[in-house]
Design a protein around this ligand. Structure first.
Ligand code: PLP
Length: 401
């Protein structure tokens, strides 16, 4: 999107504001499916926790996507957006058995990542097909907050516990119809991904009635200059070749599934905030915006470096700034960052604000969550309203004290 278009949206809808470009989402979806076009049955399940607005869900549904969900409420939102239960997979961790039952009753594919739950579920519902989530113990990337396949991770059934899984299957006569892995959000190296895939293939051989293999996600998108981006096209070529060979060996056509979040929506998102104050101190120049980690927590939570542009003065001379929020805590978006000269009231644009940004927003400091706009066909469409004071108090009960 052009700085001018974004600036117009900030004027029209106010700040802070989230803007999502529909074309980018469609483009990323098509890029992924094109990379795996030689696979007969490909299934993309959008990991909706990245960005769960129902218009975004509908847009991805129109592209042909299914949904990957992690809570009963996400399943409900998916159904509300028009997905049928057969297009949804439920991949929770640490939820109650009752929640899994509730979702299974809707006809949604269940993915189980714990032996005791598997045994309990198989005993009670031997006729309901189940996918198992394995942990291949492959470390993806270096950030342990987002690596979920390593040995200490709480996710998945250890690959070393497959003999126990087989025993449960035999004892309960349950039907395992899929095998799944999700190694984390930081696949820097395709070879590492392919290595984990081999472990999945090995495990898959031991189950005779599979319908699908789910390789999760972990596709990396660049946030700052010099960041590695997962080469989807190369991954597509290499994994397709290996998958087709496996199908032959297995003797049955299988569906190849993925569940990307970030890859589909991260680059489509722009976060716009207005500069309240420019403050020169002894050590730096602060640019303080009308937002904070209540609206965009990734820089503080993961150390993510979102690119920042001054769209009010895109051609201005660059200077060094520390961009901070208005929360009464340290909430630094960027340290010592080159940005085109900033004046008070300028609008700053944060890139890569589609995934895990609005969906992680809170009301800390009793601030309203921002509005969200979808940019489609050259127009901004409001897809969620800015909160109001009513939203802050709607669940509160005033007790006479
Ligand atoms: C969060 C999540 C994803 C999506 O990860 P991205 O890095 O956003 O692509 C996929 N699968 C599962 C099980 C997840 O929890």
């Amino acid at each position: 999107m052009q700085p001018k278009e974004l600036l117009t949206l900030a004027e029209e809808f106010g700040s802070p504001l989230y803007v999502y470009d529909a074309t980018t989402i469609e483009h990323q979806y098509n890029r992924l499916t094109a990379a795996f076009s030689k696979v007969e049955n490909l299934r993309i399940n959008y990991a909706m926790k990245a960005l769960s607005n129902i218009t975004i869900l509908k847009l991805l549904k129109k592209c042909g996507s299914g949904l990957d969900t992690v809570s009963f409420q996400e399943v409900q939102l998916g159904l509300h957006a028009g997905f049928t239960p057969d297009k949804i997979i439920f991949t929770p961790n640490g939820v109650s058995f009752e929640e899994i039952e509730e979702v299974a009753k809707l006809g949604v594919q269940i993915n189980i990542d714990n032996l005791s739950v598997l045994e309990h579920f198989g005993t009670k519902y031997p006729k309901v097909p189940v996918c198992i989530r394995i942990n291949p113990h492959v470390m993806a990337g270096g950030n342990e907050n987002i690596s979920v396949g390593h040995i200490d991770s709480k996710f998945g059934i250890s690959i070393y516990q497959i003999p126990h899984v087989l025993r449960i299957v035999e004892n309960t006569k349950m039907h395992i119809n899929g095998i799944h892995m999700h190694t984390g959000s930081d696949i820097l190296d395709i070879e590492v991904f392919l290595y984990a895939a081999e472990i999945l293939f090995d495990a898959a051989k031991q189950f005779k009635e599979l319908d699908f293999l789910d390789f999760g996600s972990g596709f990396k998108v660049p946030y700052k200059k010099g960041d590695i981006e997962t080469n989807i096209e190369e991954l597509g070529k290499k994994l397709t070749k290996r998958f087709l060979a496996f199908e032959k060996e297995y003797g049955r056509t299988l569906t190849l599934a993925f569940e990307p979040g970030k890859f589909l929506v991260s680059e489509a998102g722009f976060f716009l905030a207005k500069v309240n104050v420019v403050k020169q101190t002894t050590s730096t120049v602060f640019a303080g915006i009308d937002s904070g980690f209540n609206h965009l927590i990734r820089p503080m939570f993961y150390g993510s470096q979102h690119m920042i542009e001054n769209i009010s003065n895109p051609k201005g001379k660059e200077r060094f700034y520390t961009v901070v929020g208005y929360i009464c805590e340290t909430d630094t978006f960027a340290n010592n960052r080159r940005v085109a000269e900033i004046k008070e009231s300028d609008i700053l644009c944060f890139k890569n604000a589609g995934a895990y940004c609005f969906s992680m927003a809170s009301n800390y400091n009793s601030r309203f969550k921002p509005a969200e706009v979808l940019w489609k066909d050259g127009k901004g469409h409001l897809i969620s309203k800015r909160e109001t004071f009513e939203d802050l108090i709607k669940n509160q009960i005033l007790v006479e004290v």
